[in-house]
Design a protein around this ligand. Structure first.
Ligand code: UDP
Ligand code: MG
Length: 314
């Protein structure tokens, strides 16, 4: 099945304030290029509304290497998910790699990924983190809890530690592009499309320069989006809470009636009454919040706004 034609590998690189890392990234990639079986590289950098000189760096790289380097620059920050989508849409290569600009994704692994696709017949070769060393304990805890929860309630398996860094065939990329949803959760989308996937193990490493743009709360809200995008179980939860409190209320009613018939009805217990009313009120708001989150997502989808706006493309 060996194809003699020269293959093109497109690299999709979302960039948000990566002025320091970009030249290092490009250099590192050019170094692994000879090990990529003569493949032609096509870089697609996506400047996601950076506030530093990322765009200037990209223009410079593009002028230096117009054959290989392309970039898209957004009109503002639309988020990594939007940047990935824009990059994937622009690619023309037979294979497409998704990589972070900060060299946390080791470029050397591309060689092994390519072998996985061309020699072993996989459609996707991804990377999976084997340790969480160097990560704050609280972050690991929430991360583990998130994966445990989402896999309990979603029919799309979302494996812990899987990174976005991956090499895919054109067929897989086309499948991903056929999901034009506004609320994009790549971990779910990559898994949802299926295909034969292999994971290489990945050791945590620090970014070469700059700093991460993910705060704890940003990650937290991203996880909530993932749950809402890939499961409707929380909606069912609202019904369960309703049924459960109905049953409790029914038992309580029987208890109160029986007690009244046997002991009469001394007036007391307003404190318990108040707390029960408050609790039910709280549960109702909680369930309303869940429903609201889904409606909010429907609202965002229904507006059909573009996922990103391009200001400059080369
Ligand atoms: N990124 C982006 N838009 C954003 C945030 C991040 O395009 O709003 C890019 C960023 O430039 C990097 C990748 O997404 O190439 C991963 O971001 P980061 O390194 O900050 O995340 P971490 O590796 O800490 O998860
Ligand atoms: Mg990073």
């Amino acid at each position: 099945m060996e194809d003699k034609m020269v293959k093109t590998i497109s690299l999709v690189v979302p960039c948000f304030n990566e002025e320091e890392t970009l030249p290092l990234f490009y250099k590192a990639l050019q170094q692994v290029k000879p090990a990529l079986r003569g493949a032609v590289l096509e870089y697609w950098f996506v400047n996601d509304g950076s506030r530093d000189n990322t765009l200037a760096e990209l223009r410079q790289l593009q002028q230096k290497d117009p054959q290989q380097v392309h970039y898209i620059s957004f009109s503002r920050n639309f988020g990594k998910e939007a940047a990935l989508y824009a990059g994937l849409q622009a690619t023309t290569g037979d294979y497409v790699a998704v990589m972070d600009a900060d060299l946390q994704d080791p470029p050397e692994q591309l060689t092994e990924m390519l072998a996985g696709i061309e020699d072993e017949g996989y459609d996707v070769v991804g990377t999976r983190r084997v340790n969480r060393e160097g990560e704050p304990a609280i972050r690991s805890f929430f991360s583990n809890a998130f994966y445990w929860f989402i896999n309990k309630i979603s029919s799309t398996p979302i494996q812990s530690g899987v990174r976005d860094f991956r090499l895919m065939t054109r067929q897989v990329v086309d499948a991903i592009l056929a999901m034009p949803e506004y609320n994009r959760f790549s971990k779910g989308i990559f898994s949802w499309v299926g295909f034969k996937t292999k994971y290489l193990s990945y050791q945590n490493r620090d970014r070469v320069a700059g700093s991460t743009s993910w705060s704890f709360w940003k990650l937290f809200s991203y996880s909530l989006d993932g749950i809402v995008d890939f499961s409707d179980a929380p909606l069912v939860l609202a019904s369960f809470i309703g049924i459960a409190s109905f049953i409790v209320a029914l038992l309580a009613m029987i208890f109160i009636i029986v007690r009244k018939m046997i002991f009469g009805d001394p007036v007391m217990g307003w404190a318990s009454l108040a707390s029960i009313v408050l609790m039910i009120g709280g549960l109702q708001l909680f369930c309303l919040g869940i429903v609201g989150k889904y409606i909010g997502n429907i609202y965002l989808e229904a507006k059909h706004r573009p996922i990103y706006i391009i200001k400059e493309k080369k």
